[in-house]
Ligand binder design. Structure first.
Ligand SMILES: Nc1ncnc2c1ncn2[C@@H]1O[C@H](COP(=O)(O)OP(=O)(O)OP(=O)(O)O)[C@@H](O)[C@H]1O
Ligand SMILES: [Mg+2]
Length: 295
């Protein structure tokens, strides 16, 4: 799949966003979900959030998006406290969040209108992004006329069209078949390589986490258990490498509340908790270094 650069993309230089959660508590009335969570997402990193159903992944993403106010601590975007939503921080929701009365094209045109892209260019760009997600010819369909996977792809097109500085993705490829999922992962990675963007990516799928991410943060009830560096980010051929197998085993153990690496080194839970706040550059050479190495 090839990404062609659109005129406006060249006209809008941008920097990827730094995101930080400092002692953050999030929840709903009478239902605290996360308490005292620390997380640092470095500019240009793809950080995966991995955890069991109900542990608070979507809640954390809503907090980072500014859709859910913190009940303690602070969420910072480039050092500034997040107090609401911003077009710079786009969300791909778990449940598709398309406007039901707008066709696929006009859903994708929305962030372009917010960015005041001239009307004549909006149509062209929306067609471009819909084609990138494999939906050429479906532009005039309403969301209810599309399958769940197609609606997820329209959401992805809408997000990428807005050229946000941070993309918060909540199981974005969950309802796609394996082949389409792999194509969408490649599309995301190509766009991420061509446009400085920070990505926070929620998934249940350990193999997806170890392919897409620079680091994988394991979320358990209450907070982050550990952030594990991905041995070979975005290298499909490394799926069977011994380091990848070891990282997979560690992530699955962490999900159960065990950490074989910490036990082996005599390092207790307090030891690996600190990893959550380590920038990727301290563990794996940094996301951009990984891109250079990989691609
Ligand atoms: N609007 C809400 N009001 C009250 N409680 C909520 C609300 N949304 C989520 N919760 C609760 O917060 C907890 C975390 O939910 P969240 O949606 O963040 O989980 P998740 O990790 O994204 O799960 P999944 O993998 O199933 O999507 C759950 O116990 C859930 O019941
Ligand atoms: Mg969720």
């Amino acid at each position: 799949m090839t990404i062609t650069t659109l005129e406006t993309a060249a006209a809008q230089p941008q920097a990827a966003m730094e995101l930080r959660a400092a002692g953050v508590s999030l929840g709903y009335p009478g239902r605290p979900v996360l308490t005292g969570l620390d997380l640092h997402v470095t500019p240009g990193e793809i950080l995966v959030i991995f955890g069991h159903s109900g542990c608070g992944k979507s809640t954390l993403l809503r907090g980072l998006a500014g859709l859910l106010p913190v009940t303690g601590g602070q969420i910072l975007a480039d050092g500034t406290p997040v107090t609401g939503t911003s077009p710079d921080r786009a969300v791909v929701f778990q449940d598709d969040a398309l406007l039901p009365w707008r066709c696929a094209r006009s859903n994708v045109e929305l962030p372009l209108a917010i960015r005041r892209v001239p009307r004549s260019q909006r149509r062209k760009q929306a067609a471009h992004w819909l084609a990138q997600v494999g939906l050429a010819g479906q532009e005039d369909r309403l969301p209810r006329e599309l399958s769940g996977g197609m609606r997820q792809r329209v959401q992805l097109a809408r997000t990428l069209a807005g050229q946000p500085r941070a993309v918060l993705m909540d199981e974005p490829f969950g309802s796609l078949d394996a082949q389409t999922r792999a194509a969408m992962q490649r599309l995301l990675i190509e766009v991420w390589r061509s446009t400085p963007t920070t990505v926070v990516f929620v998934t249940h799928d350990v193999d997806e986490a170890l392919f897409v991410g620079d680091r994988v943060a394991v979320l358990r009830p209450g907070g982050i258990e550990a952030a594990v560096p991905v041995p070979h980010p975005r290298q499909a051929k490394a799926a069977r490498a011994p380091e990848t197998a070891a990282a997979r085993a560690r992530l699955l153990a962490l999900l159960q509340g065990q950490d074989p690496a910490a036990t082996a080194s005599g390092n207790g839970a307090a030891g690996h908790q600190g990893l959550a706040t380590l920038p990727a550059s301290a563990t794996d050479g940094g996301p951009r270094a990984a891109v250079t190495n990989n691609g």
